[in-house]
Design a protein around this ligand. Sequence first.
Ligand code: SF4
Ligand code: SF4
Length: 430
Amino acid sequence: MSLFKGRMRQYIPGHKELTAHKDVLEVLPGKKVFIPLYTAYSTTFELLVKEGEQVFVGTKLAVSKGKVVVPIYSSVSGTFVGEQKMMHHTLKPQTHLVIENDEKYEAIQVFQPLDYQNASREELLAFMMNAGIVGYGGAGFPTYIKYQNADKVEKLIINAVECEPYITSDFTLLPEKMDLFVTGILAMKKMAQALEVVIAVKNTYPKLIQLLETNVANIADVRVVGVPNVYPMGWERTLVYQITKKRYDRLPLEVGAIVNNVTTVIAFAHALVHGKPMVERVVTVSGDGIQNPSNVRVRIGTPVREVVEACGGYTSDEVKLIAGGPMMGKTIVKDEVVIDCVSNAITVLKPVVERPVACFRCGQCSDHCPAGLQPVRIVQASKAKDKKMMERLHALDCVECGLCTYVCPSRLDVTENVRIARRQLQIGKK
Ligand code: SF4
Ligand code: SF4
């Protein structure tokens, strides 16, 4: 893979001011929540509850089958009423568990808290797995797997970059949960036997950098690093290169690094300290298509429609709704999808009428691709249904960062066309 041929970074207006300094809005769900039976690495689950059974906040509803263990917990108390196939923000129908919400939010002690200082590495690993900690920054990768083979990691990198426009959920959560954050990084440092912890924050957040520095000042081998305000600085490969000046093929561990995002660290610490899984998260709801852009605290399984209503509704009849940020997020047709554990943002934009013209081979998309790909050639191969060429051009290495569309002067949706190429290859492999 020809990594980092391109400029791999681009300044993009952040629009963070819309939400960054507002209080977090609490949004409680309505009569029903719909908890997706889905993780990025498993869609087959063993159901642990029966129809009609009473559940509580924290009841273990299901656990994934196979090698990768991911438990699914209830976010409300009430009655489990069955399964329902619904559209998911991945744009595929997925099974959801429907809970009738009794609106009492009665919680159970799911597991015992664990003092990370007295726990062994193995105990921490097992705890992280049973707590269902995944990468809450977007990928949803079960976090314990990153640590299973981690032995004397050089750098544990905490990704507080949040490089996508509009999104400020980590930025808002971090000061509020600073104690948990510090506990989380120390527990993870122990698990990784890491030589040092590097917390990466954008240079444009000097107050946050100062706050973090104050909170880790007396902790050995933990430092805060300011990184440039460019996109996609928060992408794992870009960030690892920025911090270590090393490139890897498949996993950061190849160059002695583990990367976790802020919400993941806090969720792990929350489970350790309180003995409770993550059943709610902070989501940025922003853009010029929403009346009151806000960061909202939402229970997993709450329909996006209810969250939008809590933010004052749309600014016009026609809006573009995106699950995630405008660069990497997926456009969703209806607001009936639900918030799940990896939903860090809902972006609502007024639709812009683009008048695309033919590609004139300017090469901008290739120059900017952070994965070193040639998007324009991948698209040509896709249109010619030339799978060999798509493979040769490493179409599957695209991370759907959206930069090729962003820079294209012909206003072509290059990313979507590369996505189609990826799907053509993926279908061929099944
Ligand atoms: S979306 Fe894919 S092809 Fe386009 S710039 Fe990003 S990584 Fe490259
Ligand atoms: S940036 Fe747009 S116009 Fe330029 S080569 Fe790529 S697809 Fe063609």
